[in-house]
Design a protein around this ligand. Structure first.
Ligand code: GLN
Length: 497
């Protein structure tokens, strides 16, 4: 029914064009995705819930609008999948936690509202690490999601369900959230594009808070252009988020189209290579090789590489795990067995409602973080840990400011390794270390993007590269990423399921 277009590889841009030209209807498009999901989901399990009837209802409403000449915009009828910590009115929102099992959101998040206002079809709720704490989706209390490129491997996390949904071809695009790398790392593991916007650029209103000063929602897509399209759609000021910045994205997709017309070159663009990052022992040979090849490609586009220094890198991990856990311990206090979700049936009095509901409702990683966070905020330790971490955060931010005096963008691996096997990183500390290249960006508040760069030689798994740019310079990111995407030697690659 799709007139030759393969829904699996169909980008947002192509879907939008196909709908516009009448090549297919939104109903046909969504049906193709649902058929695909029926085939792949038993193996991949990217989604926590999917309501096919609701999807087809949204699609047919879109078709009716388009037929009447009242399409809400170019993305009317295009399916997008949301991570299960982004609220959609009347849809489940569980954060893959037992404590929110069966919880249905009474309101739309800002981003869901933006997508609905543009006519997008919201397709399914994507699996994640419980409350977005993790790097493999193994901390989901609901199910394991497999990497579509190798079913014995993790999709990354915490937005692993979103990444796997896009990579397995059951949707056009997805939204994830990134607190310390949770969009970029699974994007890299699954061979898709993932953007962590500047802090404050996308409203967090309706995103279940993990660490409020670090969390940011962003797109996960099959192409760089799609990421720009979705970013344009969800970026913008919102009075419902006190940290929301004024203004909007400034039209990144249009900028990208103009850039492409001019040949998408990178002549004169100065790309910084942080020496502390590349000196790390833990980077696998195959990831290094992908980075080297990517550098060659970028050089051939006219980019110039220069070494930069981010001297406080070695403190980033400790700093992140103090600030993120401190904020999490405070944010997760609201799950008390009274206001939301799960209440222990064993509870007999007020104290046991708290203790038992939280004890039974939260998984081990979430408990670990709450305990760590409560500890670093407790009197006597506050100054030694939390306050210190805030000071280190300032130093990290200054490192970046200084680095950007001599470069326009920073280039790094996304993760030291490609997608690992289930259970391979059972030690929490090993898991934390896999975020080494992504967390500093959340601490600095700047923007970054993960772009597929090729298949790593040993594991046969995809590997991405990361570009980082100063706050509000998303256009710069998109341009570099798009130029790279067009020029990379291994152009078409996709998971075979
Ligand atoms: N993996 C990191 C953590 O566990 C980042 C998670 C995220 O970005 N949500 O905290």
């Amino acid at each position: 029914m799709m007139n030759g277009s393969d829904p699996v590889t169909l980008t947002v841009r192509e879907a939008s064009a196909g709908l516009e030209h009448g090549d297919f209807s939104s109903t046909e498009l969504c049906r193709a995705f649902l058929d695909r999901a029926a085939l792949t989901e038993p193996k991949v399990r990217a989604l926590l819930s999917l309501d096919p009837e609701d999807v087809l209802r949204q699609a047919s409403a879109s078709d009716a609008r388009r037929k009447a000449g009242r399409a809400l915009g170019p993305l009317d009828g295009v399916p997008v999948t949301l991570k299960d910590n982004i609220a959609v009115k009347d849809a489940p929102c569980t954060c893959a936690s037992k404590i929110l099992k069966g919880f249905v959101s009474p309101y739309d998040s800002f981003v869901a509202r933006r997508l609905k206002d543009a006519g997008c079809v919201l397709l399914g709720r994507a699996n994640m690490d419980e409350f977005a704490m993790g790097s493999s989706c193994e901390n989901s209390a609901c199910q394991k999601t497999a990497n579509p490129w190798g079913l014995d491997r993790v999709p990354g996390g915490s937005s692993g369900g979103s990444a796997a949904a896009v990579a397995s071809g059951i949707t056009c695009a997805a939204l994830g959230s990134d607190t310390g790398g949770s969009i970029r790392q699974p994007a890299s593991f699954c061979g898709v594009v993932g953007l962590k916007p500047t802090y404050g650029r996308v409203s967090r209103n309706g995103l279940v808070a993990f660490a409020s000063s670090l969390d940011q929602i962003g797109p996960m897509t099959k192409s760089v252009y799609d990421a720009a399209l979705l970013f344009d759609l969800i970026a913008g000021h919102d009075d419902g988020d006190t940290t929301s910045l004024p203004g909007d994205s400034g039209g990144c997709a249009a900028d990208l189209a103009a850039f492409e017309e001019k040949g998408a070159g990178l002549k004169g663009v100065r790309i910084g290579l942080p020496k502390e990052y590349f000196e790390l022992d833990g980077i696998s040979g195959e990831v290094r090789a992908v980075c080297e090849q990517a550098k060659e490609t970028l050089r051939s586009l006219g980019a110039e590489f220069t070494e930069v220094s981010l001297p406080h890198t070695k403190y980033a991990m400790a700093c992140y795990y103090i600030i993120a856990t401190a904020e999490a311990s405070s944010n997760l206090a609201r799950f008390d067995g009274i206001r939301y979700g799960y209440r222990s049936p064993e509870a007999a009095d007020i104290n046991s409602v708290y203790f038992r509901s939280r004890g039974e409702g939260f998984g081990p990683e979430v408990k670990r973080r709450i305990m760590l966070g409560t500890y670093v905020l407790s009197s006597g330790y506050y100054d030694a840990y939390y306050l210190r971490a805030q000071k280190v955060r300032t130093l990290l931010r200054r490192d970046f400011e200084k680095a950007y005096e001599s470069c326009d963008l920073i280039f790094t691996p996304v993760s030291p390794v490609t997608a690992f096997r289930f259970g391979e990183k059972a030690d929490p500390l090993q898991m934390y270390l896999s975020d080494i290249f992504t967390i500093a960006l959340n601490l600095s508040g700047d923007c970054g993007i993960s772009v597929p760069a090729g298949i790593a030689a040993e594991s046969g798994m995809p590997s991405g590269i990361q570009f980082m740019a100063p706050a509000l310079q998303e256009k710069r990111l998109f341009r570099a990423a798009r130029a790279f995407e067009c020029a990379r030697p291994q152009k078409e690659f996709r998971a075979s399921l």
